[in-house]
Design a protein around this ligand. Structure first.
Ligand code: XMP
Length: 508
């Protein structure tokens, strides 16, 4: 059995990020709700417990709290942000709400004799996201980090192995934050680093088997990284009980439908391909609002599944390759919605299946690592991500066949040229979009009035933020030249310079 860390979730937006950092440090962890009974926590025999942040003020009556007994188990506890405040409040300290706000990047000084800060420089930048702070520490605690306006940016009771941080070590804005978590795990909890992505895959396979039993699973297979890794996990877990349905909604990249079929048909699972382009185009005719398009595509997707499922006998579960950023961006309890990702927001309310979402807790780069562990080919695992609604959200506004073809053809050229230039290995996501307005040009000495193509190429680690990729001029010139020559109804090529934020990666 792996050593386990329990993360108690107090509702903060970074709770899964903490889990991810713990995994990065080679330690198995589970995120549980803050009100999990102490007996359940101790049954897991954790080597450490981490309290996440949360948006509340601990002194308010209905604020989430924990039982005092958690601190009496003799297991090291690290309270982060709201977590340090819960710790202080529960153990007889005091939390205050100051007049002046300390928020964002903050200069912080550390006492490097504290094991959390062992081996770190004596000062650095930390990320603060809560205005309340501990103004009176509980008995037996001492302060181990300070900022200009917070005398208890960190506190410890070494004897009882209780530690608190007012700031967020899990976000990249905090310098050496991962090292602080590493110190907590290895220097305080005695972690041995006995957990790997292979273990994650195996645990997930076991969990799928337990959940599904001898039920039948239907999976939406798009051939993208997420659904391919989900398919591989499900196939290993429940083999012939799995039917993968590949709905070709007509918004696939050039030749992609045939490639998906070649990769997954006749591989031990049941594979069904449905060609539904006409049906999707009819459904979306005249619809230009991005969220409505997403929802319609998502709903139609599920309807096609339901129709296929009815043809199959007794399907109980619907598998999906939903990953953690999809959930955050579609709005969780605490995070605000940016855009609904179609495999989350588009689900119809009368859905008849139970969901199996084996990648729900993973970030994109972890999904790839998991795919490699499962033996999927490198090219498939490192294939660039592709949104569920596909080219449907890259053919901006109301979708028309001519513009859809222009997106598909220009995208194929872009991908071909990126591969020749070796950029497919350097750039995380690259694609074209075609807006729904025309511009004037000249072709063969005559006026043209045609669509523009916009090229987008971004780099990111987890799709939450992204930077644009400066592409060499000759590469862009060659791509432009080819698009203008080879793609019908196009007379202009532009390059999108916008990072995320303020833009998102996709245009819609
Ligand atoms: P945005 O545009 O939100 O994209 O910055 C972040 C990442 O998510 C992909 N994306 C989607 N994936 N369904 C998906 O499965 C969707 O509706 C969707 N919208 C965007 C996008 O391609 C990028 O990788």
């Amino acid at each position: 059995m792996n050593q386990t860390v329990v993360i108690l979730d107090f509702g903060g937006q970074y709770n899964q990020l903490i889990a991810r950092r713990v995994r990065e440090c080679g330690v198995y962890c589970e995120v549980l709700p803050y009100h999990t009974p102490v007996e359940k926590i101790s049954k897991k025999e954790p080597i450490g417990i981490i309290f996440t942040g949360g948006p509340n003020s601990v002194y308010l009556e209905d604020a989430p709290r924990c039982s005092k007994e958690v601190f009496e188990l003799g297991i090291p506890v690290l309270g982060i942000c709201y977590g340090i405040q819960v710790m202080a409040h529960t153990l007889g300290g005091h939390v205050t709400s100051p007049d002046s706000r300390e928020y964002g990047k903050t200069k912080t000084k550390y006492d490097t004799a504290c094991p959390l800060f062992d081996g770190l420089p004596a000062q650095g930048i930390t990320w603060m996201s809560h205005t309340d702070y501990v103004d009176q520490m509980p008995e037996g605690f001492s302060a181990t980090a300070y900022t200009d306006s917070c005398p208890t940016a960190a506190m410890q009771n070494q004897e009882k192995k209780l530690y608190g941080l007012q700031f967020h070590p899990e976000v990249l804005h905090t310098q050496n934050g991962t090292q602080m978590l590493h110190n907590f795990l290895y220097k305080i909890c005695g972690a041995q680093g006995d957990w790997t992505m292979g273990d994650y895959a195996q645990n997930t396979i076991d969990a799928i088997r337990k959940k599904v039993g001898d039920g039948k699973v239907l999976l939406a297979l798009s051939g993208g990284v997420d659904s391919s890794v989900a398919a591989a996990l499900l196939a290993k877990a429940v083999g012939p009980q799995l039917t993968c349905i590949f709905v070709d909604h007509g918004f696939m990249r050039k030749n992609e439908g045939d490639e998906v079929e070649a990769a997954f048909a006749h591989k031990g699972m049941n594979f069904v391909r449905v060609n539904a382009e006409d049906r999707f185009l009819a459904k979306l005719a005249g619809i230009s609002e991005p969220e409505k398009k997403r929802k319609l595509i998502g709903e139609e997707f599920i309807r096609v599944f339901e129709e296929e499922a009815r043809k199959l006998d007794g399907i109980d579960f619907l598998g999906q390759g939903t990953i953690y950023p999809d959930i955050v961006e579609s709005g969780t309890k605490t995070a605000k919605m940016v855009k609904s990702h179609h495999n989350v927001g588009g689900l119809p309310e009368d859905l008849k299946f139970q969901l199996v979402e084996p990648l729900r807790q993973l970030f994109k780069d972890e999904v790839r690592a998991c795919g490699l562990e499962l033996g999927l080919p490198y090219e498939m695992v490192y294939r660039q991500p592709f949104p569920g609604p596909g080219l449907g959200v890259r053919c901006l506004g109301a979708i028309t066949r001519d513009r859809l073809e222009a997106v598909r053809e220009s995208d194929a050229i872009l991908r071909e040229e990126f591969q020749i230039a070796g950029l497919d290995k350097k750039v995380w996501q690259y694609f074209t979009v075609v807006p729904d307005f025309k511009s004037v040009g000249v072709r063969d000495n005559a006026r043209s009035f045609d669509w523009p193509v916009i090229i987008r190429a971004v780099n990111t680690v987890d799709a939450m933020t992204a930077t644009i990729e400066p592409i060499d001029w000759p590469v862009l010139m060659k791509i432009t030249d080819r698009i203008l020559k080879e793609v019908k109804n196009v007379n202009r090529v532009c390059y999108d310079m916008s990072p995320k934020p303020n833009a998102t990666i996709e245009w819609e």
